[in-house]
Design a protein around this ligand. Structure first.
Ligand SMILES: [Zn+2]
Length: 284
């Protein structure tokens, strides 16, 4: 943040310098223009002399700014960033050698969450949102690498996807970071990396509530209120962030899980659409 402010101050200084340069130029050009006007208006200039005079004078004057004769426009401060929700970062958890939860039938969490994320992407992109996946295949980026992807965006939210090894199959739980676990982030200055979520606790909770309600409507047995729990991946995300956990890898084959995917994607898309209104009105 400090870096951003320094850059802004620097940009303003550059603008001021440019402005003063324009003002000096306008004065010089005004004098030049008046002299040229007087010269052009003189009736004694012979017609054949114009060809020898023409190349010397007008070229730089014609390039004079259109602001000639107008008051100079003061430098405007940069417009404040728009509070627009435009990016959803989806995080299929685990990957690579870390398969996450494994079912007795060989289902691996890392595979299932990737297919869920791909379907969610389609539903969210249909709303005009930009969607970024923290992994597109069977890679295993670190927690911090995933957080870096989210934190580099503007107007973003983050959803990490898991499949549990326990719990009633066919249900979905949504988590956000608990309040009070982390001290509030400082109002100015740099936010410590491992407290990045502190500034988004309330909005994360709102997002979790909206998603959980949608899940409860589609998956019988799901709670209609989300849970709070310290989730490692959420802690370092400086944006509204939730974890969605689908139950479970204990099903005999992937069929029942895959059947949940379209409804999960639709639930997330609808919840994000509702959250977008809250987010863009400043969390009201
Ligand atoms: Zn997991």
């Amino acid at each position: 943040m400090l870096h951003a402010k320094s850059a802004q101050a620097k940009a303003c200084a550059v603008e001021r310098r440019r402005d003063s340069g324009i003002l000096v130029n306008v004065r010089r050009r005004l004098i030049l223009f008046m002299l040229l006007f007087l010269a052009a208006a003189a009736p004694v200039v012979p017609a054949n002399a114009q060809t020898s005079q023409a190349p010397a004078a007008p070229a730089p004057e014609q390039a004079a700014p259109q602001t000639f004769g107008q008051a100079p426009v003061p430098a405007q401060p940069p417009a404040p960033p728009q509070h627009t929700l435009s990016v959803v970062v989806l995080d299929p958890a685990h990957g690579g050698a870390d398969q996450g939860a494994r079912g007795a039938s060989g289902i691996s969490e890392s595979d299932v969450v990737l297919s869920f994320a791909r379907l969610m992407r389609i539903s969210l992109e249909a709303q005009g949102l930009r969607v970024i996946l923290t992994r597109a295949a069977n890679e295993d980026p670190s927690f911090d690498d995933r957080s870096k992807i989210v934190n580099a965006q503007r107007g973003q939210i983050f959803i990490t996807l898991h499949v549990s090894s326990t719990g009633q199959p066919g249900t979905v739980r949504v988590y956000s970071e608990p309040p009070g676990i982390m001290p509030a982030a400082p109002r100015s200055g740099l936010i410590p990396w491992d407290r990045a979520q502190a500034g988004s606790i309330d909005l994360s909770r709102r997002l979790a509530e909206l998603i959980q309600i949608q899940m409860a409507q589609r998956f019988r047995g799901s709670s209609d209120t989300p849970l709070v729990a310290p989730v490692r991946q959420l802690r370092t995300v400086a944006a509204p962030a939730v974890a969605i956990e689908i139950s479970s890898v204990s099903v005999p084959d992937r069929g029942p899980l895959d059947q949940m995917a379209p409804a999960v994607a639709d639930a997330v898309a609808r919840a994000v659409a509702a959250f977008r209104i809250i987010y863009e009105s400043g969390g009201k």
